[in-house]
Design a protein around this ligand. Structure first.
Ligand code: ADP
Ligand code: MG
Length: 244
């Protein structure tokens, strides 16, 4: 309980601080990046251009961290509306297409019509992108990701992302969602924390199943919106390696 309180206190502090500083830090970074690019186009020896390249990459990395923080700093529930999960997943697959292509990753979809939920589409997209990005990054030599959505018997919409990547140990699964927990060289360790937070805010659940060297399935359960009666059904059963 104490730990939970400390965690939520830490999160609130992080959220407040980033909300205040992120925009202010971004501007000088953009200016610096612009001048570095100008320098890069000038007549400098290659050895110097190497330093410029590293500087630009590091600025981009800092920008990535700020992006993740900014999402975190936004209010947990934006304006909710009726969202069709199928079209939202298609949109997200489209957004991530360039990245998955360069990583030799195919995204297969198996999407059922009429999977309606009540949520903020941008926040949902953020979750789906975070999970897809992790799935793509888990397959350094390429592979396939399956994305599906379907209603469950218990009044939920289940959205599944299955990769054939490096997988996770039990301990790694346990640590998922902890702020700054990342095993990647360029990771922020914020993606899953934000994802958990958003899904929880919609009374949803996340299940993770993973096997080392085999792959990972991340399943999201969101309360199904019955369009006929517009009633939210909130009963469900859950299973799996970890439910959050
Ligand atoms: P980041 O991607 O910036 O490292 P995340 O919060 O998105 O932060 O993920 C935290 C960690 O969880 C990752 O560094 C990775 O080790 C692990 N992880 C998340 N998703 C997967 C996945 N699909 N396959 C293997 N490992 C994963
Ligand atoms: Mg990530």
């Amino acid at each position: 309980m104490k730990e939970e309180l400390q965690n939520s206190e830490k999160m609130r502090l992080l959220s407040d601080l980033t909300g205040i500083f992120a925009h202010e830090i971004r501007n000088p970074m953009q200016v610096t990046r612009g001048f570095l690019q100008l320098l890069n186009e000038s007549n400098l020896p290659d050895s110097n251009k190497g330093y410029i390249k590293i500087s630009i990459e590091e600025l981009d990395r800092a920008n990535m961290i700020i992006n993740d923080f900014l999402t975190f700093a936004k209010p947990t529930t934006g304006e909710s509306k009726e969202v069709d999960i199928k079209s939202e997943l298609l949109r997200v697959a489209n957004i991530t297409h360039t990245f998955s292509n360069t990583q030799n990753v195919d995204i297969e979809t198996n999407l059922t019509d009429n999977c309606w939920v009540l949520a903020n589409p941008q926040r949902l997209d953020q979750c789906f992108i975070n999970i897809l990005k992790n799935a793509i990054e888990s397959m350094p030599n390429g592979g396939q990701i399956n994305v599906s959505c379907a209603p469950t018997k218990h009044g939920y919409i289940e959205i599944k992302f299955t990769d054939q990547g490096i997988g996770m140990t039990k301990e790694q699964i346990e640590n998922l969602g902890t702020p700054f927990y990342s095993l990647k060289k360029n990771g922020t360790g914020l993606g899953m924390m934000i994802t958990f937070q958003i899904i929880r805010s919609y009374n949803g659940k996340i299940k993770i199943k993973s096997q080392l060297e085999k792959g990972t399935t991340v399943s999201i359960l969101l309360p199904r919106l019955d369009k006929a009666t517009s009633n939210l059904n909130t009963s469900a059963t859950h299973q799996g390696n970890r439910t959050l």
